[in-house]
Structures are given as structure tokens and as C-alpha cells.
Ligand binder design. Structure first.
Ligand code: SER
Length: 318
């Protein structure tokens, strides 16, 4: 069998997607790669791991050749807040990295899954019930790289027949690996602080609505889309996918139903707030539902219960 390569395998999504892919397709058939971040012991022990640099084409090509790779889940990327602090780095990783992956995929006949994001929208996008096909004029470096990435993936399919597919992920909430420098990170941190301190100081304002998703659904989206029959896909890349939309007050209320003493106050980060204000309040994901049967399993209440249960265990052990 041709193998599956995961870039960014030590990251927030990669660390869990790699394990899910290994369970589904066999440990040795999923090659985990990272740049500098060391993978967890569990990930490292569960199958092949190699350090690569996606911004260097040969480094990607070598591992694809060595392991006879047929599918690349390209997750290595810089998130929105870090991208504003380091725009040149974001361009190099998010654009040159994706370009190299697509070039290698073209040469070796690989399929490619790449996440886009709610960050691919901007201030002139309709922010409520944001359509699949709409205005995309983001004013952040993260957004610029994500829109360009969507277009590049479409181009490689049309021009070279590379089987590219992708979703626009919302904020992803998980209890295994922390996200690194995104605008939606508050929705992860709030659960850790709820357990540790029963209080959270939020860096986005009350009333800031954003799309969100629990990690098991994010993994399901990647696997379901990559397993869909190609004939059913009208949009290949950048499917809107969402599971819930809330603001800090609503997630705090959901935590309070489990931890009644929990309280929230605000110390707004102007950079993150500025980014969040240009992103959708809630996306319309009917194209993903109609074309490949997208259906999330977790709503806010189910996610809150599971997050608090899993994190309580983890924080007690750790
Ligand atoms: N979670 C990401 C970020 O905040 C959105 O794609 O950067």
C-alpha cells in the first residue's frame, strides 16, 4: 500500500490526526513528520517519525520517495496571531511550504489534504451565515496565505490533476496538544483555567462570535473528505465546515453548568480582537453537508462535558 504522510504531526491537529490515521490504516502506513517540535512519546512510539522542513522542497520529496507516499495531510502552518507578529515566516511556511508539497504531489502522484480556515475571510465578507462562495478579501497575513493556498490547490487540480481537497476549519478545541498562537485559542485555554483556577481572563470581547469545532469532528472532517468519491465533489478545496458558533459569554455559561463557581472577565488583546472582528460569526456549511455528507457529532454542551472530564484527568495525572 502507498503510505500517508502527515506534516505538522506534532501540532494541535496533527498529533491527534496522525494517531487516528494510524488506527484506521495501520501504524507503519502513516509517516509522521515535524519541523522542530518534538512529538509526544505516544506519537513517537506509535510509528515512523521524521523531522523535515516543508519550506525546503527536497526535504519533502525525500520522505515521499523513501516511504512511497500516496497521500499527504499537509498540516504544517503558522496560525493567525503568530502570522501577524511574524508575517515573513508565515509566508514562508504557509505559502512556500504548501507550494513545495503540491509540487512534490504533482511529481509523485500524491493526493493532498490542506486545511484552509475561517481566517480566509475578511471585513467585506458577509459575516453571518457566510456562504461557501463569497467575497474573500482578508487583511491579515494569515488570511492572505490561506486564500492563496485555496487558489493554489484549485489550480493544481485543474492544471495538473493533483487530487487536492480541503476544509475551512473553524477554531479547533482539543485536550491533547495546545494550539500555537491562534485567535481562537481562548476557547481551549478557558477549559484549562476553569479546572485550575475556576476563573478565566479572556482576550476577546464578550459578543465576539466565531465558529468552533471539537477535535474528534475536525479529524472526522479530514478523513471523510479524503475518503469521499471524487465524483461527488463540486468544491474540492476550502469547504466551509462548522459545528457550533459561540461568544465568550456562551462558552462560560456552558462551563458554569458543570462548574457553578466559574467566572470570566476580560482583558482584550487588540491584535486578536482585530483579527476576530473580520472573521465570520457563523459559516454556512451546506455545501460540505450536501457534497460529502459532513455532519459534526459534538455541540457545545457535549464538548464542554468531555473537555472538562478529559482535562480533569490529565491535570490530575500531570
Ligand atoms: N484557529 C485558527 C487561528 O486562530 C483559525 O484558523 O489562527
Amino acid at each position: 500500500m502507498k503510505t500517508i504522510l502527515v506534516t505538522g504531526a506534532a501540532g494541535q491537529i496533527g498529533s491527534e490526526l496522525t494517531l487516528a490515521l494510524r488506527e484506521r490504516y495501520g501504524n507503519d502506513n502513516v509517516i509522521a513528520t515535524g519541523h522542530k517540535t518534538k512529538p509526544s512519546d505516544e506519537l513517537f512510539a506509535s510509528g515512523p517519525f521524521q523531522f523535515i522542513n516543508c519550506a525546503n522542497l527536497n526535504s519533502v520529496a525525500e520522505v515521499v520517495k523513501k516511504y512511497n507516499v500516496g497521500t499527504i495531510h499537509h498540516l504544517a502552518a503558522i496560525l493567525s496571531a503568530v502570522a501577524e507578529a511574524k508575517p515573513q515566516l508565515a509566508w514562508d511556511v504557509n505559502i512556500n511550504g504548501l507550494y513545495n508539497v503540491l509540487e512534490v504531489a504533482r511529481e509523485y502522484g500524491c493526493s493532498v489534504f490542506t486545511p484552509s480556515s475561517i481566517g480566509a475571510f475578511g471585513p467585506t465578507t458577509p459575516l453571518d451565515d457566510t456562504p461557501q462562495d463569497t467575497i474573500q478579501r482578508p487583511n491579515t497575513m494569515y488570511g492572505v496565505t490561506k486564500v492563496a493556498g485555496e487558489l493554489l490547490c484549485d489550480y493544481y487540480f485543474k492544471r495538473y490533476g493533483v487530487d487536492t481537497r480541503g476544509v475551512r476549519y473553524p477554531g479547533i478545541i482539543s485536550n491533547v496538544t495546545l494550539p500555537g498562537g491562534g485567535t481562537t485559542d481562548y476557547a481551549v485555554e478557558i477549559y484549562y483555567e476553569a479546572i485550575k483556577k475556576k476563573h478565566y481572563t479572556c482576550n476577546l470581547k464578550a459578543g465576539t462570535f466565531l465558529d468552533m469545532m471539537y477535535m474528534p469532528d475536525a479529524i472526522k472532517a479530514a478523513i471523510d473528505l479524503m475518503e469521499a468519491e471524487p465524483g461527488v465533489l463540486k468544491h474540492r478545496n476550502a469547504f466551509n465546515v462548522s459545528a457550533m458558533s459561540f461568544d465568550p459569554e456562551i462558552i462560560a455559561a456552558s462551563i458554569r453548568r458543570q462548574i457553578p463557581e466559574f467566572s470570566i472577565d476580560y482583558d482584550v488583546d487588540p491584535v486578536k480582537q482585530g483579527i476576530a472582528d473580520t472573521w465570520p460569526n457563523n459559516m454556512n456549511d451546506s455545501a460540505a453537508r450536501a457534497e460529502w455528507g459532513w455532519q459534526p457529532e459534538y455541540d457545545l454542551e457535549a464538548m464542554t462535558k468531555d473537555m472538562l472530564k478529559e482535562l480533569s484527568k490529565k491535570l490530575k495525572e500531570g
